[in-house]
Design a protein around this ligand. Structure first.
Ligand SMILES: Cc1cc2nc3c(=O)[nH]c(=O)nc-3n(C[C@H](O)[C@H](O)[C@H](O)COP(=O)(O)OP(=O)(O)OC[C@H]3O[C@@H](n4cnc5c(N)ncnc54)[C@H](O)[C@@H]3O)c2cc1C
Length: 287
C-alpha cells in the first residue's frame, strides 16, 4: 500500500504543466484530486516517476456560460458541480450525477476533469458527457484541440489523451429549455461504483419524443452512447412497447465484465432496468 518513488511538481500554468508532462512522456502523470490515481499508485498498478499537480493552476477552475455552452474547468471539484446554481438551472443532470459519485469526502477533492480523463468505465461522468454531447478541451505540446466525449473513450483506462496532454475544460451545449433528464444508478451501497447506470436527456413536443440521448455506465470497457435506442424512442409517445424495444437495443450493445457486482447477464439486465427508470423520470420532468 506504499506507492513507488516519484518526483512531485506543482506548475503555475497550463503551458508549464504541458512542458513538464511532455518532457517525461509515459513516465509523467497529471495529478488532479488524486482519488483514482493515488489508490492505483498504492496498488502499484500505476508507477509514474513524475507527478504534475494541477492544483496550482487557477485557469483550470470555475464554471461559466459561454454562448449556448457551459464551460467547466477541469479542476472544478465534483462538490462544486453539485453546488452550482448555474448548472442546477441549465443542466440539472450534472448535479444529480455528482451527488451519486462516491461520498462527500471524495466529492470535495475529486475533480470533474479527473473523473472524465481517468478512463475507468466505472466513472459516472463520462456516460453523462456522451449523453449531453460534451466536448473536452485539451492542451498538448502541439497546442489546443477539442475532442467529442463520444470519440474520447477507446478502452478501459485508454483514452484519446496523448502523453503530455492536459484536459483543461469540459464544454457542454445547454439542452433546450423544458428538457427532462435523469441519471439512474444501481450500486450495492453508498460510495460504490455502479453495477449499471443510465443517463437520459429528452425533449417532448405534442406528447411525442422530439429528441433523445442515452448514455450507459459500467456495462462495457468504455462508457456507451446508446444511439440506436434513442432513435427508436424519437417520434414515439413513448408507449410501453417502444420503451421495451429501446431497452432491448440498449442492452444489446453492452458487454459488462463479471465482477463482485454481478454476472454479465445480471448487469446487462440492470442496465435495461436503469434505462427504463431514467426514461420515465426524464419524461415526467420534461415540459
Ligand atoms: C472510495 C471511492 C469511491 C469512488 N466512487 C466513485 C463513484 O461512485 N463514481 C465515480 O465516478 N467515481 C468514483 N470514485 C473516483 C472519484 O470520482 C475520482 O475523484 C475520479 O475518478 C478522478 O478524479 P480525480 O480528480 O481524483 O483525479 P486523479 O485521481 O488525480 O486522476 C485520475 C486520472 O486522470 C488523469 N487526469 C486527471 N486530471 C487530468 C487533467 N486535467 N488532464 C489530463 N489528465 C488528467 C490523471 O493523470 C489520472 O490518470 C471513487 C473514488 C474513491 C476513492
Amino acid at each position: 500500500m506504499i506507492p513507488g518513488p516519484f518526483a512531485y511538481h506543482r506548475p503555475k500554468s497550463v503551458q508549464e504543466a504541458v512542458g513538464l508532462l511532455a518532457q517525461w512522456g509515459d513516465d509523467g502523470r497529471a495529478l488532479a484530486g488524486g482519488h483514482s490515481l493515488i489508490p492505483m499508485m498504492k496498488l502499484r498498478l500505476a508507477t509514474p516517476g513524475h507527478l504534475v499537480d494541477l492544483a496550482g493552476i487557477a485557469d483550470l477552475k470555475g464554471i461559466r456560460a459561454d454562448g449556448g455552452d457551459i464551460v467547466i474547468g477541469a479542476m472544478t471539484t465534483q462538490h462544486e458541480v453539485a453546488g452550482s446554481d448555474l448548472l442546477a438551472a441549465k443542466i440539472p443532470l450534472l448535479r444529480e450525477t455528482s451527488l451519486v459519485i462516491a461520498d462527500p469526502q471524495v466529492r470535495y477533492v475529486g475533480t470533474l476533469g479527473g473523473n472524465v480523463a481517468n478512463g475507468d468505465p466505472g466513472n459516472d461522468m463520462p456516460a453523462v458527457m456522451m449523453c449531453l454531447g460534451a466536448t473536452y478541451q485539451v492542451t498538448g505540446k502541439n497546442g489546443e484541440r477539442r475532442i467529442a466525449a463520444r470519440d474520447f473513450y477507446q478502452g478501459a483506462y485508454f483514452t484519446a489523451l496523448e502523453p503530455g496532454d492536459v484536459l483543461t475544460a469540459v464544454r457542454i451545449p445547454v439542452p433546450p429549455a423544458g428538457h427532462g433528464s435523469a441519471y439512474e444508478k444501481l450500486k450495492r451501497k453508498v460510495g460504490d461504483y455502479a453495477t449499471a447506470a443510465a443517463a437520459v436527456v429528452l425533449t417532448l413536443g405534442g406528447g411525442r419524443v422530439a429528441a433523445c440521448s442515452i448514455g450507459l455506465t459500467n456495462v462495457a470497457e468504455t462508457p456507451l452512447w446508446a444511439e440506436e435506442a434513442a432513435k427508436i424512442l424519437t417520434g414515439s409517445t413513448p408507449d410501453a412497447a417502444t420503451v421495451k424495444k429501446a431497452v432491448a437495443a440498449a442492452e444489446a450493445i453492452t458487454s459488462p465484465a463479471s465482477d463482485r457486482r454481478g454476472t454479465p447477464q445480471y448487469r446487462t439486465k440492470m442496465a435495461g432496468v436503469m434505462l427504463a427508470r431514467a426514461l420515465a423520470r426524464a419524461a415526467s420532468r420534461a415540459r
